[in-house]
Design a protein around this ligand. Structure first.
Ligand SMILES: [Zn+2]
Length: 321
């Protein structure tokens, strides 16, 4: 490949525990990759270590002149300011000017956003939303994130934080307490821990046999529910029905906001396939305004799991002017 006409970008996926990064080509192939621990209390030390590792990879692809830019997906990353602002799961408090620090250290233009927006850019650049101008990305993981794309652009909003659909309240009376301090947010029902909470509730309320009763209630995970559902466990399937209903109803409302061509689901829960897809689709359709019935696709991400977050972040690198 001619690296002069096909430069690379760098993608960084910053998580609470690990920071993964990779060098990505225009076709969305991760050609070099690495990772460091995120848990370094001094941000300057973290940036230095990250820079050292990244520059080693950069040397392997012929140096900085072959890199168009760095894109990073960071918890509470603000695209406008380049700052990470009050991220609860990171070791640095307050406002951290991460894009600026990394750009100064590496000498490579850097942009950041939050993880869900990065996933949306990745899906649009390399994945199942390729060629789409209007879609909504929903990431179902430890939390629930979202990225809204309208007319080919991520919606960042006035302050850079738009697209917090995981914290739209879907249950208004006696909703579950959310990490954000409010109650009834979508995240408390459809995140991995939300599914586990439902399992615990159902096991207490319903007097039916289930293989989930063999697991200590406080340590049930969404994977336990998934495994049981695959085996045909009735209660586990009811848990997915319930989760899919809440998500489907919420999606019907989100469609009313931006009339997307598709909703793309990403993350662990999406792996449950038809078990979760069927109730999501049915309940979305049932609740859509009639002008949208039968028109909105629900798709799973097609980005390879291990690379998805790095790819998503890297896609931001192409957009740096
Ligand atoms: Zn919330």
């Amino acid at each position: 490949m001619n690296v002069e006409t096909q430069p690379y970008v760098i993608g960084i996926d910053m998580g609470g525990t690990n920071t993964a990064f990779g060098i990505v080509d225009a076709r969305g192939t991760v050609v070099e990759r690495g990772s460091i621990k995120t848990d370094i209390p001094d941000i300057n030390e973290y940036v230095k270590r990250l820079t050292d590792e990244i520059l080693k990879l950069v040397d392997k692809v012929g140096g900085k002149e072959n890199i168009k830019g760095i894109g990073a997906g960071c918890p509470n990353g603000n695209f406008y300011t380049g700052n990470i602002e009050f991220a609860p799961n990171l070791p640095w408090e307050g406002v951290v000017p991460f894009a600026q620090l990394l750009e100064e250290a590496t000498g490579i233009p850097t942009a950041i956003t939050n993880d869900a927006n990065a996933a949306a850019v990745g899906e649009m650049t390399y994945g199942s939303a390729k060629g789409m101008k209007d879609f909504i990305m929903i990431t179902l993981g430890t939390g629930v994130g979202s990225g809204i794309v309208i007319n080919g652009q991520i919606v960042y909003g006035h302050d850079g934080f738009a697209g917090e659909l995981g914290h739209v309240r879907v249950i208004r009376n006696n909703g579950r307490l959310c990490g954000c301090g409010r109650t009834g947010c979508l995240e408390t029902y459809t995140s991995a821990s939300g599914v586990a909470r439902t399992a615990k509730e159902f096991l207490e309320l319903k007097d039916v046999d289930s293989s989930l009763r063999n697991v200590e209630p406080n340590s049930i995970t969404s994977k336990d529910v998934f495994d049981a559902a695959i085996e045909g466990d009735k209660l586990a399937n009811e848990i997915f029905e319930y989760t899919g209903k809440i998500l489907g109803e919420a999606l019907a409302d989100y469609v009313a906001f931006s009339a997307p061509e598709a909703i793309v689901l990403f993350g662990g829960l999406a792996k449950a396939g038809d078990l979760i897809m069927k109730p999501i689709r049915e309940n979305m359709e049932k609740n859509l305004l009639s002008i949208w019935k039968g028109k909105v696709k629900i798709l799973f991400s097609t980005l390879k799991d291990a690379d998805a977050a790095v790819l998503g972040a890297s896609a931001l690198g192409w957009e740096i002017k």
